[in-house]
Write a protein that binds this ligand. Structure first.
Ligand code: F0G
Length: 528
C-alpha cells in the first residue's frame, strides 16, 4: 500500500529540515527518568542525557515507574476517558489537594475553583476569558447604574434643571463636541454616544516585557516575541508589555490605559457631569520565572510592587505557573517565593507527570463566576485518565512532607554551583547563570563579531543557541535547548532525579563547548 508521502516529509517537513541542519534531527524511541534513547545506524541504543524534557514538563522524569504503573492500572480497570456532563469526583479531589497546597504556600484560606484544560495555552485562555467575563460583568453593572443616573437627570432637565459647566463638562465637550450652552438634551445624547463607543472597546491585558504564555489565538497576544505574535494581532485582544523592573512603569501603564464613562448626577444646584472609571484592563499576567525570555526570576520587590499597583485599581493578576510550577523551584508554586498572590493560577506541563496531557486554571472565589462553567469546556479536559494521573503526580510531590521540593532546591543549587564555576573559568564566553531551583538559564555572550564566519553568522541569525545544542547532542549526548525568545540562553530543566553523574557529564560537555567557543572553532560546531 502506498504511504501517500511520495518520499516527502508531510508532518512539519520544513521544521524537520531545520533540525537536520542544526544536528538536532534525532528520532527518540524510548525515554526514562532524565534519559532519551535513539538507535544509531547500527541499531544500537544510544542514551542522551535530557535536561529539558518537554521544556520543563518532566519534573518527575520521563515514564516515572509509579506513574506508568498507575496509568496501566487505570487502563486495565477500563477507566472511562470520555464522560462529559457527568460527575467527576477525582477532579474535585485534585482541586482540593491543590487548594491545600495553595493555602499552605500563600497563607490564605480562600478557596480557588479549578477549571480543566488540555494545554498550558488553553489554561491561559481560560484565565483570559474568565477575566474578560468578570470585566464585562462589572461594566454591565456600571452602565446600568449610569443608565439610571441619566434617566434621573433627564427627569430633572424636564423640570427645568440646567447642566453645570465644569471640568467634567469640558472633558465631555472634548470627547463629543458639545459646547457650553448646548441644549441639555444634546448633552445627554453626547453622553450616551461616547459611553457606547467606550464601553464596547476591546479589553487590554498587561504583561511584563519578555512574557511567554502560549501560542493559541488569544494567548499568543500575551507572548512578547513579535515573530510569534504580530502576524495574528488583529485576531485577539491586545497586550501592553511593560518594563516592570522600572519602578514607575506599571503605574504609568495603568494610568495611560485609564478610560472613563460619563455619568450625570442630580445635585442641589442642577445636573452635573461626572466621570466613572471604566474597567478596561482585563488582567495583568506574568510568569514568576520567565521561561522563554531566558529564565529570568522575578525579585520580591518587583512582585510586591505589581501586587500593590494591581490591587489599587482592582486589576486581577494571572500567575502563569505552567513552566515554573509543580515543584520546579523548590515549592509547588514558584510565585510563593515572591509572596505574589494570584487571582488566577495556571498549571500544565509537569502536572501530567510527563505522561498525560493535563492542565488547569485555579480561580479565586472572590472573583469567580459560576456561570462561566457553562461558557468554557473541551472534549478531553477533566477526563479521568489525565486527571487521576495529575492527582498521583501531586501525591508524589507532596509525599514525605515535600521531600521532592527539597530535592529540587538541592539539585538546583548543585547544578547552579557547577555552572558558576564554569562562568568564573570562561568569563569571556559565559554571560550569566541564573534561575530558581531546577529552572536554570546559561547565557552565552553574543558572538556576532567572532572571527569564525560560522559562529558570527549563526549568532546574527539568532541561531547560536541551537547550534550549541546540536553540538552538545552530537558530541556529548546531552539534550539542552535555547529559550524561545532569548536564543543565547540554554535552558536546563531536568527532573528532581538528576544525579551527580549527570551533572558531571553536563560539566564535561559544557567544558568542551566553552573551549570550542573560546577558540572560535566554528567547524567543530557543525554536523559532519
Ligand atoms: N505558559 C508558559 C509560562 C509556558 O512556558 C508555556 C509553554 C505555555 C504557557 C504554553 O503551554 O505549550 O502547553 O500550550 N512553554 C514553552 C514551549 C516551553 O513552547 O514549550 P503549552
Amino acid at each position: 500500500m502506498s504511504s501517500g508521502n511520495d518520499g516527502r516529509e508531510l508532518a512539519e517537513g520544513y521544521l524537520g529540515g531545520l533540525l537536520e541542519s542544526l544536528g538536532l534531527g534525532v528520532h527518540y524511541s524510548r525515554a526514562e527518568r532524565d534519559a532519551l534513547f535513539y538507535r544509531d545506524a547500527a541499531g544500537a541504543e544510544v542514551a542522551v542525557l535530557d535536561l529539558v524534557g518537554g521544556y520543563g514538563s518532566t519534573i518527575v522524569g520521563h515514564n516515572h515507574p509509579e506513574i506508568v504503573r498507575y496509568a496501566k492500572q487505570l487502563l486495565d480497570q477500563g477507566v472511562p476517558v470520555h464522560a462529559q456532563f457527568s460527575r467527576h469526583p477525582y477532579a474535585n479531589d485534585l482541586a482540593g489537594r491543590l487548594n491545600t497546597i495553595l493555602h499552605r504556600e500563600f497563607g490564605t484560606t480562600e478557596a480557588y475553583s479549578a477549571l480543566f484544560a488540555n494545554s498550558g495555552a488553553e489554561a491561559v485562555e481560560i484565565a483570559m476569558k474568565h477575566a474578560e467575563f468578570d470585566r464585562v460583568a462589572k461594566l454591565t453593572a456600571l452602565t446600568a447604574e449610569i443608565g439610571r443616573g441619566v434617566e434621573a437627570a433627564r427627569a430633572a432637565i424636564d423640570r427645568g434643571a440646567v447642566v453645570a459647566v465644569d471640568e467634567a463638562y469640558h472633558r465631555l465637550g472634548v470627547a463629543a463636541g458639545v459646547s457650553p450652552g448646548a441644549a441639555p438634551e444634546a448633552v445627554v445624547a453626547a453622553i450616551v454616544r461616547v459611553n457606547g463607543e467606550r464601553a464596547t472597546a476591546a479589553p487590554i491585558f498587561l504583561a511584563p516585557e519578555g512574557s511567554f504564555h502560549g501560542k493559541l489565538v488569544g494567548s499568543v497576544q500575551l507572548t512578547h516575541n513579535a515573530g510569534f505574535r504580530e502576524p495574528f494581532r488583529s485576531m485577539a485582544a491586545q497586550c501592553r508589555f511593560v518594563p516592570v523592573h522600572e519602578p514607575e512603569a506599571l503605574a504609568k501603564a495603568v494610568e495611560s490605559a485609564r478610560t472613563t464613562l460619563f455619568d450625570l448626577v442630580v445635585a442641589a444646584g442642577g445636573v452635573r457631569v461626572v466621570e466613572r472609571d471604566l474597567p478596561v484592563i482585563a488582567a495583568f499576567i506574568l510568569e514568576p520565572v520567565q521561561g522563554e525570555a531566558g529564565i529570568r526570576p522575578f525579585d520580591r520587590e518587583t512582585a510586591q510592587r505589581i501586587q500593590r499597583v494591581c490591587a489599587a485599581v482592582d486589576c486581577p493578576i494571572i500567575v502563569d505557573e505552567v513552566q515554573s510550577g509543580m515543584g520546579r523551584t523548590g515549592a509547588f508554586f514558584a510565585s510563593s517565593h515572591l509572596g505574589l498572590r494570584g487571582d488566577y493560577y495556571t498549571l500544565a506541563k509537569s502536572l501530567g507527570g510527563g505522561l498525560a496531557k493535563a492542565a488547569l486554571t485555579l480561580i479565586r472565589d472572590s472573583r469567580y463566576h459560576r456561570e462561566f462553567e457553562l461558557a468554557h469546556s473541551s472534549t478531553f479536559a477533566k477526563d479521568a485518565f489525565s486527571t487521576l494521573i495529575a492527582g498521583r503526580v501531586v501525591d508524589l510531590l507532596e509525599a514525605d512532607d515535600g521531600a521532592l521540593y527539597r530535592l529540587a532546591a538541592e539539585r538546583g543549587e548543585r547544578l547552579t554551583a557547577m555552572l558558576r564555576t564554569l562562568q568564573d573559568e570562561f568569563g569571556t564566553v559565559v554571560e550569566d547563570v541564573r534561575g530558581a531551583g531546577l529552572m536554570i538559564g546559561l547565557e552565552f555572550r553574543d558572538r556576532s563579531d567572532s572571527p569564525s564566519g560560522i559562529i558570527a553568522e549563526q549568532s546574527r541569525a539568532g541561531l547560536l543557541g541551537y547550534l550549541l545544542s546540536g553540538y552538545l547532542l552530537r558530541v556529548h549526548a546531552i539534550r539542552v535547548l535555547p529559550t524561545a525568545s532569548a536564543t543565547n540562553t540554554l535552558r536546563i530543566e531536568p527532573s528532581v532525579y538528576v544525579t551527580d553523574d549527570d551533572i558531571a557529564l553536563l560539566e564535561k560537555g559544557l567544558r568542551g563547548l566553552l573551549v570550542v567557543l573560546r577558540e572560535h572553532d566554528g567547524a567543530a560546531l557543525l554536523p559532519a
